[in-house]
Design a protein around this ligand. Structure first.
Ligand SMILES: [Fe+2]
Ligand SMILES: [Fe+2]
Length: 246
């Protein structure tokens, strides 16, 4: 099973780099992934025209199962209204051939900070009650990562969410936001951040990239998974970041 994780396209005249976007699109379509997860900041300002542009681009990703969540930039200027019109609910729970993907909106209108909220913990626990490979997708960071500066990118209720996901035996957490690609392994739960997919808003010496996660069930009788996380860069260059058994 192949999952592509991309984030932070920042569609806008100012920051979206079409040549990089095209190169990345070609790489994704060649990989032919089973699931594509997009963890927010699709747009720069949440404007209707930016949403229309990014929707046309995302429609060209050849995968029938896409899970999207909004980021803080998408919720600016009441952009969350366009998100729901064009994509799906801001919170979602999908079962896709042995994989449970829960996507949540961690943004708050016109505030950069992320927040999930206790009112969501119950349904998330319920959604992860089975034996599937379990993926949780959100825009903001769940734990601090390097190079993100003064730490204000982690969910304000991160401790409780981390505990919830750990107790639910979630395999994979997918985040975006600070445009720093990074992987933590916490109690056998991989927390994978994506860099920016195709915007010029790169931080430090990082470059545009997306994540490829390959998960293989070791034996159909158990729920043990071999997981590999790789990073894919423009022009299709790929780098293996980590592999683990969980
Ligand atoms: Fe971003
Ligand atoms: Fe963000």
């Amino acid at each position: 099973m192949q999952i592509v994780h991309l984030s932070d396209l920042h569609f806008s005249e100012a920051y979206f780099v079409p040549e990089i976007a095209e190169s990345m699109l070609q790489s994704i379509n060649q990989l032919d992934p089973d699931i594509v997860v997009i963890t927010g900041d699709l747009t720069e300002n949440g404007f209707s025209a930016e949403y229309d542009g990014v929707k046309k681009f995302i429609d060209r990703i050849a995968c029938k199962d896409k899970v999207l969540v909004p980021g803080n930039h998408d919720s600016k200027n009441a952009g969350y209204i366009h998100f729901e019109d064009l994509f799906e609910n801001r919170f979602s729970n999908r079962n896709l051939g042995g994989v449970t993907v829960v996507g949540v909106d961690s943004s708050q209108p016109d505030i950069d900070e992320g927040h999930l909220g206790r009112e969501n913990y119950g349904w998330i626990k319920e959604a992860f009650s089975g034996q599937n490979f379990k993926i949780f997708a959100l825009h903001h960071h769940l734990v601090p990562i390097p190079l993100s500066g003064r730490e204000n990118s982690v969910l304000v209720d991160a401790g409780d969410v981390l505990d919830l996901l750990n107790r639910c035996k979630v395999n994979l957490v997918l985040c975006g936001h600070c445009h720093i690609p990074h992987v933590w392994n916490l109690n056998n739960m991989l927390v994978v951040n994506a860099g920016t997919f195709c915007s010029s808003k790169t931080r430090g010496k990082t470059t545009q990239c997306f994540n490829l996660i390959q998960a293989e069930n070791e034996n159909s009788d158990n729920n043990n998974w071999k997981v590999r996380v790789s990073r894919v860069f423009p022009q299709g260059k790929m780098e293996l970041i980590t592999k683990t058994v969980m």
